[in-house]
Design a protein. Structure first.
Length: 495
């Protein structure tokens, strides 16, 4: 967070997602009421040192460090915030004053402070008093955040050996005095929200988030046999691929594998930030990968894909959207898996929550001269331009909104842009959607297509038959494991 970004928040004023508080020499008594309310609702920004009417009072310079430590320690104290949710405040110099800023993410759990549940409205924080309202909040959280699913059958042996040490080493490299570093395994997982009690089954256990972050390959494949991430390069052979990586391991190891794939296939352009050389490739695409993993709905069987074309990189992953819309790049997106997001932030895999998309957008303009595009839909789509100098005939198509799944790839060399255009002109809207999906996901199965497009099976069968009749797709493999492909040389584009 810098002064420019903070100025936008202050100018906006207090709202459902913004709260100002005086804090000259001490933390306000009601600070954690706002923290709990934001955690229980949609998350938001808290700025200390600003009055309700936007007047900048600041925080006493000799008290800033003490107050930041208090916020971090109290947020990690279950007596103050239950369950705890670690907050990492930042000091921002603003108009010759010092302010303390932190972003509170929406949480997948219901939080209390002072043994009371708080919620957020446009008028501020309020106590949730009735049991029915509290139950409704629990129900909303459980339906929205599947990362909290408890697996009582998961054992310590299902946590990959050495992963906890690896996570602690990464956290230590960011913050040497982090309060989680001294905790044993069980307390670490509890503090991170990765062990919890499920009242519906009356048992405690590791959560889905714990499995995805730290699990062995065998445990993950046992509980989520459909989980995989496909990273593909399609610069030359656009019918199949030039290179491919399939990731089925936990997210910490997977994050590193995917970044290695990016380093192998994308250039690192020289850039000076002041006097410091900055790796634009690493800054942009590490954040892209982190966002892709943080926003994934892991209960959905549709594979996550990362495809590198000549002119852009496109990621697609199953999602539970907050709003079916294109996301403005200057706005923050709320994590669909808050505990996974928090762990990524603590390990330095992602920017502070709420700033990732802005960072990608700002740096992408330097890297390629173009803005990225994001769509928050049943399939979360990120389209990151790689260059603005690719010849028109070699471009791989664009991002169409609001349809959630029409990112057209190019099939250069085998099917050029003109032929693709001719084919699509012969198709109706429903046929075009299915054709686009198959072109983007060669070898996909029928259940993947119907799930991604939210299409009834009968409708899908009719469309598939029509595409076969036009001789532009084919099926390969067995009845159980085979999939659909776009033909290399379509026989006809007539309707």
């Amino acid at each position: 967070m810098d002064e420019k970004e903070l100025r936008k928040i202050i100018r906006q004023g207090e709202s459902l997602t913004v709260e100002f508080k005086r804090a000259k020499t001490a933390l306000p008594d009601n600070l954690f009421e706002s923290v709990a309310a934001f955690l229980n609702r949609n998350g938001g920004h808290i700025v200390l040192g600003v009055t309700d009417d936007k007047k900048i009072e600041g925080v006493a310079p000799n008290c800033v460090e003490k107050l930041c430590k208090q916020i971090a320690n109290l947020s990690n104290n279950p007596e103050k915030l239950d369950p705890q949710n670690l907050i990492d405040p930042q000091v921002v110099d603003y108009k010759d004053k010092k302010l303390i800023y932190f972003f509170v993410p929406a949480s997948s759990q219901v939080h209390k402070t002072g043994k009371k549940v708080f919620d957020r409205s446009v008028d501020g924080d309020f106590v949730v008093k009735t049991q029915s309202a509290i139950s409704a909040m629990y129900l909303r959280k459980s339906n929205s955040y599947t990362e909290n699913t408890v697996y009582p059958g998961l054992r310590e042996i299902d946590i990959k050996r050495g992963m906890l040490k690896k996570a602690k080493d990464l956290i230590r490299s960011i913050r040497s005095n982090h309060p989680w570093l001294k905790l044993n395994k069980e307390d670490f997982f509890k503090a991170a929200g990765l062990i919890r009690y499920d009242s519906t089954i009356g048992k405690s256990g590791y959560t889905l988030a714990a499995l995805m972050l730290f699990g062995t390959d065998e445990a993950i494949s046992s509980y989520l046999p459909y989980y995989k991430i496909e990273a593909i390069v399609r610069k030359q052979d656009l019918m199949r691929y030039d290179d491919r990586l399939t990731v089925t391991c936990n997210l910490i190891d997977g994050y590193e594998l995917l970044n290695g794939f990016i380093e192998k296939h994308l250039p690192d352009k020289f850039y000076l930030d002041g006097k410091t050389r900055l790796s634009l490739r690493d800054k942009i695409f590490r954040e892209v990968i982190a966002n892709m993993l943080i926003h994934r709905e892991y209960m959905n069987p549709i594979p996550t894909t990362l495809v590198i074309y000549k002119d852009k990189l496109v990621t697609n992953n199953a999602n539970k959207p907050f709003a079916y819309e294109k996301i403005a790049s200057q706005l923050c997106s709320y994590p669909k898996n808050p505990h996974i997001a928090t762990m990524f932030a603590q390990m330095g895999f992602a920017e502070y929550l709420g700033t990732g998309i802005r960072k990608i957008s700002d740096l992408c303009e330097i890297y390629s001269g173009l803005k990225p595009k994001f769509v928050d839909n049943d399939i979360f789509i990120a389209e990151i331009p790689l260059t603005d100098h690719v010849p028109e005939g070699e471009k791989s198509g664009g991002l169409n909104v609001p349809v959630n799944d029409t990112l057209n790839g190019t099939l250069n060399g085998t099917l050029n842009g003109t032929l693709i255009k001719n084919i699509k002109e012969s198709l109706n809207a429903s046929q075009s959607k299915v054709f686009d999906f198959i072109m983007r996901n060669p070898g996909c199965m029928g259940k993947e297509i119907t799930g991604a497009l939210d299409m009834p099976r009968d409708t899908f069968n009719k469309i598939i038959r029509s595409l076969f009749e036009k001789k532009i797709i084919e099926r390969r493999g067995s009845k159980k494991t085979g999939g659909y492909w776009v033909k290399k040389t379509p026989m006809s584009t007539n309707s």
